[in-house]
Design a protein around this ligand. Sequence first.
Ligand code: FSX
Ligand code: SF4
Ligand code: F3S
Length: 313
Amino acid sequence: MEKEKAFYERLEGKGVSRRDFMKYCTFLTAAMGLSSSFVPKVAEVFAAPAQRPPVIWLHFGECTGCSESVLRSQYPYVDDLVLEILSVEYHETIMAAAGQQAEDQLHAAVKKYEGKFICVVEGAIATKYNGGYGKISGRSFLEIAKEVCPKAAGVICIGGCSAYGNIPAAAPNPGGYVGVGEALGIKTVNIAGCPPNPINFVGTVVNYILLGKLPELDNLGRPLFAYGKTIHDQCPRRSHFENEEFVEEFGSEEAALGYCLYPVGCRGPETYNNCPVAKFNDGTSWPVEAGHPCIGCSEPGFWDKFTPFYEEI
Ligand code: FSX
Ligand code: SF4
Ligand code: F3S
């Protein structure tokens, strides 16, 4: 009770009402594919966490857009919520320590929480030339990943780079960049997207805390609650050429189809993600709604597989 009271006071101090918070929990519960009866339990995970899993968050070859996406862009308070439910022991972008101090913190955290921590990885790993194309503090990404990941209770790849190689692995890829699973020969939970939707990461973590297990995954390691359907299956623009009323309104099937971005290279029919429902920036919009074709950012093989962009393939 005390914990919960202090939590709501902290939220209010940041200008977030209890109502806003419950709205967020309702949205998150639905996005996780759980029934509304779970809303109070989801709220409790944040307000009075029974446990806060320790997290070691590694950065390899990437743009840090994934951290930005989780920590800033959605609800203004989502960063605080992430920090409420997770005990982030190491995260290069947000930690105060630097240099040797940061290195020491990493080693100490791995030792202290061995077998218990969640390893969140952002970014791809260079595998050629002994991992020589990507190093931190004199050690290759490959060396660091080999040391840290096997000691974790589970590895969550946040973003397409750590999941499948993504942009760092785009041709000609001289460093031999690949995703973490491929580099280490391990199974990872893949929160795909470039960047992924923060709700898909938070939903995965809340699922782990609430139900004691990771969510069900597809054969590419992506949580089914978020990546179970294609963009096209959920796209409002689709209705324009499949709905008789729209066709009538537009005058012809061809004109109604003109509203769809397929002719300018939309990869929605082959891309699995929940963007049309989850949206970005506090539910403001998502690429196709903003007039830009989906470029397939949550699929393995992105970027190369979907270029040249803006052309029908
Ligand atoms: Fe990759 Fe994330 Fe794209 Fe960037 O760190 S998925 S380049 S948005 O930031 O890894
Ligand atoms: Fe499908 Fe893209 Fe057209 Fe939407 S815009 S209906 S996702 S092809
Ligand atoms: Fe990516 Fe397509 Fe969504 S480009 S952000 S999966 S609409």
